[in-house]
Design a binder for this molecule. Structure first.
Ligand code: ATP
Length: 583
């Protein structure tokens, strides 16, 4: 396939205002693809990458280098290019404009050729890398049309935001392959275990016959080095409700740090976030501890990393731990603020998947695998509980130790990748008057205010949640009061490049903000109550009102560990609404 065809599809996706069209456009594109390798490349490119999300393969080109490449590829000076950038605000658009003016003949360039150049840019490292990357980009820009240049540049800068989610791509794959959108569920299950859209697409294309393809997909399994989607927790209001619903449970302390999935393959260790990001280089002490403490050649562990002072038995607050999420000065920070990893599950050991093992058996394997526990890797203590009183005591104990609460797990349950169900339930302490949990909302737009706020660029934020069934974002609140000037500044900084002149295709809102934002930034919001509101679209069916947050306040930014699709879902909001009265 010519890359220009893919670029045209990207252009159409950007201009679309409905999710159904998104799926249709992607399906039409996929139908034109013949080769397994090509479909794999296209899936990665659609995610703005040249490898699956979890591979730490970044382009490593700053804006300045791209500006220079654009100047070199055109007959313009760096100043002229910089000026155009100031006007257009997007280097992709600058690239398209320049290509439109050039008299150079445009050549037919295939998806594979562009992918290979982009991949080489990403892989180029070491001495002289900046120069080499620039030469590669200039070489590419010399040959392609305007649209192709636009999207190549956006991918290089890590700024391709097509507004399609994984679910859209999975839908399109299911329709292309089986003419059946319902088969998305099958693909989704495999995606949760493999986290690699390219691999799934490639496997489908390698097996032209429908049933054969289904078998091949079903055989894709957990593998060391490839993160699986984390099991997530539901909420219940009280210890009584938990015992009533779950029966015998395994209760563990709830640690407030980073979720870490640790993969050991001999001496090679990798660490992934719940967002599938590769964090391996950030936590040298956990790498070292995994090498020495884990009694297995191969293992996949699930846990939470946080700063803990073993002498005073103090758990440091999340704000402290979060200082370790950095790419530079890692060694120094590791000394200043060493982390412990509290390991609460094991998903794989020496060639065998443990996902289908009942919880108690996995925990037994975990103890055997990390026998010496008071170290950097600490096996989380599990308490078997079957009455509400003991559970409450344990909860109080957790709170008194400065922890967030408990995670309670169903006896006998399997590990379900990516699922949020009543196999795991979290109970947290909550502030008086507040809901029993915070909400992870997605920024969908700004509403301009008056006076001082207007000068800062915003008066209120339009915030949504994720409607997982329909794969779209719906509104749940506006946040205005209570935001500090610092928070406003931070919001402006984080939303750079996200404003868009039309309502994004996967956003459903009755409120029109002054500026729409592409859904990307996840914020943690605490509210007093959930109420019904005709103005908001979360959970809105027909003429019935939707659900809205009362007295919302911004607690923290979560965009580093959550994708917009990881935000709180409509279903969760409705459950929280129904639970309110019962607390
Ligand atoms: P979620 O992960 O459910 O989307 P969240 O990121 O806001 O929500 P919490 O509401 O704090 O996180 O609760 C779940 C998280 O708690 C898990 O993802 C994990 O990172 C953390 N956690 C801490 N201790 C445990 C434990 N013992 N078992 C499972 N998870 C734990």
């Amino acid at each position: 396939m010519e890359f220009a065809v893919l670029a045209q599809c990207f252009e159409a996706l950007e201009g679309t205002s409905s999710r159904r069209n998104l799926v249709q456009l992607v399906t039409t594109l996929f139908r034109q693809v013949e080769h397994p390798e090509e479909i794999q490349q296209i899936c990665y490119l659609m995610q703005g990458r040249v490898a699956p999300l979890f591979m730490p393969l970044e382009m490593g080109m700053a804006e300045k280098a791209v500006l220079q490449a654009l100047a070199q590829a055109s007959s313009h000076s760096l100043e002229q290019i910089t000026e155009r950038y100031a006007t257009l605000g997007d280097l992709g658009l600058v690239a398209a404009q320049i290509q439109g003016e050039t008299e150079q003949p445009i050549q037919k360039v295939s998806v594979n050729e562009v992918f290979t150049v982009l991949q080489t840019i990403a892989q180029t490292a070491g001495k002289g890398a900046i120069e080499k990357k620039r030469v590669l980009l200039v070489g590419l820009l010399d040959h392609v049309d305007g649209e192709s240049a636009k999207y190549s540049v956006r991918i290089v800068l890590g700024k391709l935001r097509l507004g399609i989610g994984d679910a859209t791509i999975l839908d399109a794959l299911a329709i292309t392959k089986w003419n059946d959108a319902k088969k998305r569920k099958l693909l989704e299950g495999v995606y949760h275990v493999t986290s690699d859209l390219g691999l799934i697409a490639r496997t489908l294309w390698e097996h032209p016959e429908a049933e054969e393809a289904q078998r091949a997909i079903a055989s894709l399994d957990i593998a060391v080095g490839r993160p699986i989607h984390s099991q997530l927790a539901e909420r219940l209001p009280t210890a009584e409700a938990i015992i009533e619903k779950m029966g015998s449970v395994v209760a563990q302390y709830k640690y407030d740090g980073f979720r870490v999935q640790i993969h050991k393959n001999g001496q090679q260790i990798a660490i992934f976030s719940r967002n599938l990001e590769n964090l391996t280089d950030m936590f040298p002490e956990i790498l070292e501890a995994t090498r020495t403490q884990v009694q297995a050649e191969q293992a996949i562990l699930d846990g939470e990393a946080l700063a803990y002072n073993a002498t005073s038995e103090e758990f440091l607050p999340f704000q402290e731990t979060t200082r370790r999420r950095r790419k530079h000065g890692v060694a120094l920070m590791a000394q200043e603020l060493p982390l412990k990893a509290f390991v609460f599950d094991i998903l794989y050991k020496d060639g065998a998947s443990l996902l289908e093992y009942p919880l108690e058996e996995r925990l037994k394997v975990l103890e055997e695998t990390i026998p010496q526990t008071r170290n950097t890797l600490m096996v989380t203590r599990s308490h078997l509980v079957d009455d509400a009183k003991s559970l409450t005591l344990l909860f109080d104990e957790a709170i008194s130790k400065g922890l967030e609460g408990l995670v309670v797990k169903r006896w006998g349950s399997h590990y379900e990748a990516g699922a949020r169900n009543y196999n795991w339930v979290k109970i947290k302490r909550h502030a008086a008057g507040a809901l029993d949990d915070t909400i992870d909302g997605v920024l969908l737009g700004y509403l301009f205010g008056r006076g001082k706020r207007a000068a800062l660029g915003a008066g209120a934020l339009l915030v949504g949640v994720y409607d997982a069934r329909q794969d779209r974002f719906v509104t749940v609140t506006k946040i205005g009061t209570g935001l500090s000037d610092e928070q406003w500044g931070s919001i402006r900084e984080r939303t750079k490049g996200l404003p868009t002149d039309r309502q994004p295709a996967r956003v459903f809102s009755l409120i029109t903000p002054s500026v729409w934002l592409k859904p990307a930034i996840v914020i943690e919001v605490l509210a007093d109550e959930i109420t019904r509101s005709p103005n908001h679209t979360a959970g809105k069916v027909g003429d019935e009102p939707g659900y809205a947050l009362r007295f919302p306040r911004l607690i923290a930014f979560r965009d580093r560990d959550k994708q917009p699709e990881d935000a709180t879902t409509v279903e969760e909001v409705i459950e929280m609404y129904q639970r309110q009265g019962k607390r």
